[in-house]
Design a protein around this ligand. Sequence first.
Ligand code: ATP
Ligand code: PLP
Ligand code: MG
Ligand code: MG
Length: 295
Amino acid sequence: SSDTPRVLSIQSHVVHGYVGNKSAVFPLQVLGFEVDSINTVQFSTHTGYKHIKGTSLKNEELDELIDGLTMNDVDYYTHFLTGYSRSPDSLKKIVEILKKLKEKNPNLNYVCDPVMGDNGRMYVPEDILPVYRDVVVPLADVITPNQFEAELITGLKMNNLEDALKIIEALHKKGPKTVVLSSTELGDETYMIAIASTGGVQYQINIPKLDAAFTGTGDLFASLFLAWWHKTNNDLKLTLENTISTLQIIVKDTYEKARVHQPTGKISPKLRELRIIQNKNFIENPKVTIVATKL
Ligand code: ATP
Ligand code: PLP
Ligand code: MG
Ligand code: MG
C-alpha cells in the first residue's frame, strides 16, 4: 500500500550468518518496511572466515533482475540502500539503477554506505574510491562512512573532533544532506564516537567499546539509520540514539553469549555472528541507553 515505505536493498547474501542483506533485511522488515533485496554475492559465510565459497552476481544478471521489476511495474521505491561493492563497474551499475528509480520516484531516498575499509586499510580494490568519491556519493541523500572511509573520500585526515567537523562539511559539499560517521577512533580505549550531521546541526554519541571485532554491524547500522530516519520524520538525535541503542544491545548480547563458550582470547567468527533475531523486541522498541549530545 502507499503508506508502507518500500526499500530496494542491494547487498551481499550469506548462507550462514549476518552481513549485508542478511543483516539489514530482517530489522527493516521488523520496523515495518517492505524490503526487496538483490544479492550481489551468495557466499557460504562472510569473508572473515577461513574458507570463502560462493558466487558473485554478474552485471548482466543485475540488469536482468531490474528489467524484470520494471517490466512488471513493481519498481516504485521510497528508499534505496547499498553497501559492500567490489568493482567500479558494479558501482556504475548501481548509479544507473538509482537514476532509473529516481525517474519513477523523484523523492527516492538514497542511503549509501560507502564500504571501502576500516582501521587504515582498504578491503576493496583501490579503483573503487574515485567512483564513490566523484560519482556515487554526490547522488546520495544519506551517507554512512566510518572514519577511514570519510578520510578516503575527502582526502583529509581526522585527528580530533575539529577535523571530524571539517570532514563532515567537506562531505556535505559533495552532495549528501545527511552525513553520518558510523564510528571514529576519536574516543579512547573505552568508547568510540559516532557523529551525525544534517541541516547545519551535528550530534555526537559515545559508544562503549567491546573487546571484539564484529562483522555485519556496519550494514546493520545503515539499515537501522534508514529506518529510524524515516520513522522519526528526520529527527536526527532520536535516529542516532535508536540506531546506537539497538546496536549496543545486539553486540553486547552477541559478546556475552560468545564469552560463555570462549571465556578468553580472540572470539572465532562463528561465535561472533550477530544475535539479530534473538533481539527482535529491542529492534522494534529500542530502549535508549545512550544519549546523543549536540555539538
Ligand atoms: P562501514 O564499514 O559499514 O562503513 P563501520 O566500520 O563503522 O561501517 P562498524 O565498525 O561495524 O562499521 O561499526 C558500526 C556500529 O557497530 C558502531 O557504530 C557501533 O555501534 C557498533 N560496533 C561495532 N563494533 C563494536 C564494538 N567492538 N563495540 C561496540 N560497538 C561496536
Ligand atoms: N559483505 C560481505 C560478503 C562481507 O564479507 C562483509 C564483511 O566481511 C561485509 C559485507 C560487511 O560487513 P560490515 O557490516 O562489518 O562492514
Ligand atoms: Mg569499523
Ligand atoms: Mg562495513
